[in-house]
Ligand binder design. Structure first.
Ligand SMILES: Cc1cc2nc3c(=O)[nH]c(=O)nc-3n(C[C@H](O)[C@H](O)[C@H](O)COP(=O)(O)OP(=O)(O)OC[C@H]3O[C@@H](n4cnc5c(N)ncnc54)[C@H](O)[C@@H]3O)c2cc1C
Ligand SMILES: NC(=O)c1ccc[n+]([C@@H]2O[C@H](COP(=O)([O-])OP(=O)(O)OC[C@H]3O[C@@H](n4cnc5c(N)ncnc54)[C@H](OP(=O)(O)O)[C@@H]3O)[C@@H](O)[C@H]2O)c1
Length: 511
């Protein structure tokens, strides 16, 4: 078997893989992309109505401003793809990408030894072997790498499909069942045709489900229109815009002064005490935002007011932006809500049945139930790393959001989340490139585990939805230590006022 050896391999050409290729370009990396295009979820997992959930300047590479970056509207998925395409063209990243090349197996050389101390990321000899299947020819080729950067994404590819009681699955149902992953492959006309004049049940109450319910209401406007019902297991806070009682949203969580109130890793005893004392302040901020949302949106009328605090949704990166007119469609009866007390629901001939014996009639059931990113990753990694990648509580412990302390010569980009996943991914790729260049060294495995454990404990204390690996309440601190390790001043604003009260954007990390 012929194996071609290289220094750096990157798996995936979404936002993360393209950012990694740009930052590691001096190693001439190979980027394997299983599809025929870059963009990942923006290409393959978007609906016709999908937009970025933030203004463009919050989803921007530090050295590549959006055209009209001050336009405060949220760009469509097509604009996001164009932006990424232009970035990859401008920095000549396409030359690294091998399209239609799916990594189907990864082998570790010397994998008998799971307890590694990190030495150099680029050790001068291949550490990982990767089997790559060409989608068209089905020919499998092997490659060897000193460093493998995994950027296969947390969303897309593997849908979460609910488990039904025996003999109560979709085979009982006379209508159509599909996951949003299949729905996102439909063009505008086919999507409309699927929903128009049909009773639709949408399972889920997060961003995909909300957008889908809206598309459904739009397809059913006019004569013969049927309502769409959202099946809700957990209520979450949704926000109509980034303004709360006339104040910009960034003031609450995205500035140094606002994050000062929140816990961060490695804090001194005095800071820990301050954090304890500022707990009422954190609650008050959360309540302030909740009060606005309850005033602005008919949450109480529809029984949609979550019991948990707003900050828990924010701290788990799952705050969804509500499409315009969502509640006007609810007022018209075109979007309805059915709360379920658990995941216990199943199919009957004409729809869905719930634990309380109530039944919902439906012609189409769309599962907006999310994606299994951990399974996708685990299916690629060999043992013992497969079992190590996620800890007992289901979290990936990643040092600086990038390095798993027990998996040598491998990096992960796109797993840790924040309010802007692009900014988070790009900065960590810059850090990774300097680490590969040996501008600094990793600490011992024990120290890395200590650090990741601290971060995970903070996430667990802040939100019950901690499994998303979200750093949004201490993102500036997370970036600070990354800057320090790279030998850069973490305080990156031009004056103290901006340092305290303006949000950190990618352009602050232009270097
Ligand atoms: C519909 C949608 C909208 C979103 N909106 C926002 C938003 O507004 N703001 C935000 O910050 N985040 C958003 N996100 C989160 C989003 O996941 C990140 O912003 C970011 O785009 C993730 O990029 P990625 O490169 O890490 O992963 P992906 O985009 O998933 O890219 C992974 C790539 O790896 C490839 N791949 C997978 N397995 C293999 C393999 N075995 N071999 C070779 N290639 C492989 C895939 O084909 C894909 O191209 C959204 C997610 C979704 C699903
Ligand atoms: N930019 C955009 O406009 C946009 C659009 C779509 C998606 N996204 C992003 O893409 C990612 C994935 O979002 P997503 O909405 O597809 O998935 P998700 O966030 O994982 O949400 C899955 C939803 O399905 C529910 N669910 C799962 N299994 C269920 C079951 N057995 N019974 C009932 N309900 C069940 C979940 O309920 P629980 O809460 O109880 O788990 C949740 O409401 C997120 O990061 C999101 O922000 C962004």
């Amino acid at each position: 078997m012929m194996i071609s050896n290289y220094k750096v391999g990157i798996i995936g050409a979404g936002i993360s893989g393209i950012a990694a290729a740009k930052q590691l370009c001096h190693y001439n990396p190979i980027v394997f992309e299983s599809t025929d295009s870059i963009g990942g979820v923006w290409k393959h997992c978007s609906f016709n109505s999908t937009k970025l959930q933030t203004p463009r300047c919050d989803f921007e590479f530090s050295d590549f401003p959006w055209p009209q970056r001050d336009n405060s509207s949220f760009p469509s998925y097509i604009e996001v793809l164009e932006y990424l395409q232009n970035y990859a063209t401008h920095f000549d990243v396409f030359k690294f990408v091998k399209f239609n090349s799916k990594v189907v197996q990864i082998r570790h050389l010397n994998n008998h030894n799971a307890q590694h101390e990190y030495g150099r990321l680029l050790s001068g000899r291949p550490v990982w072997e990767v089997a790559v299947e060409n989608n068209q020819t089905k020919i499998v080729e092997w490659y060897g790498f000193e460093l493998l950067v995994v950027c296969i994404g947390k969303y897309g590819d593997i849908p979460i499909i609910p488990v039904y009681p025996k003999n109560k699955g979709p085979e009982n149902f006379s209508g159509k069942v599909l996951h949003t992953m299949e729905y996102s492959k439909l063009d505008k006309e086919s999507a409309k045709e699927l929903l128009k004049g049909k009773k639709v049940a949408v399972v889920g109450y997060k961003k995909s489900a909300i957008d889908l319910a809206m598309e459904c209401a739009q397809a059913n406007s006019g004569a013969g229109g049927q309502p769409c019902t959202m099946v809700i297991r957990t209520l979450h806070w949704t926000v109509p815009s980034y303004w709360i009682w006339g104040l910009p949203f960034f003031l609450f969580y995205s500035t140094r002064s606002s994050q000062f109130l929140h816990e961060r890793p490695n804090q001194t005893l005095l800071r820990a005490l301050l954090c304890l004392l500022s707990s009422p302040m954190r609650k008050a901020i959360s309540k302030f935002i909740e009060s606005y949302l309850v005033w602005k949106l008919p949450l109480e009328k529809y029984g949609l007011k979550p019991e948990h605090q707003f900050v828990e949704d924010y701290a788990s990166c799952q705050m969804a932006i509500l499409p315009d007119n969502f509640f006007s469609e609810a007022e018209k009866g075109m979007i309805q809500f059915k709360k379920v007390s658990s995941s216990k629901w199943w199919f009957w001939k004409n729809g869905i049945e719930f634990e309380d014996k109530t039944k919902l009639e439906a012609d189409v059931v769309v599962l907006a139930t999310g994606f299994d990113g951990k399974k996708k990753l685990q299916s690629l990694l060999p043992e013992p790393f497969r079992s190590l990648v996620v800890d007992q509580s289901g979290i990936m412990p990643l040092y600086r959001g990038t390095i798993h302390p027990l998996i040598p010569n491998m990096a992960f980009v796109g797993y840790i989340e924040s309010i802007s996943n692009l900014q988070t991914a790009e900065l960590r790729c810059k850090w990774l490139a300097r680490l590969a260049d040996e501008q600094f060294k990793l600490p011992s495995v024990t120290k890395m585990i200590e650090q990741t454990t601290q971060e995970i404990q903070i996430m667990k204390r802040t939100t019950r939805f901690y499994k998303r690996l979200c750093i949004s309440t201490f993102s500036i601190n997370h970036n600070d230590v990354i800057c320090q390790e790279m030998g850069l001043n973490p305080w990156r604003k031009t004056n103290l006022f901006s340092e305290a009260f303006s949000p950190y954007t990618s352009q602050d990390y232009y270097f």
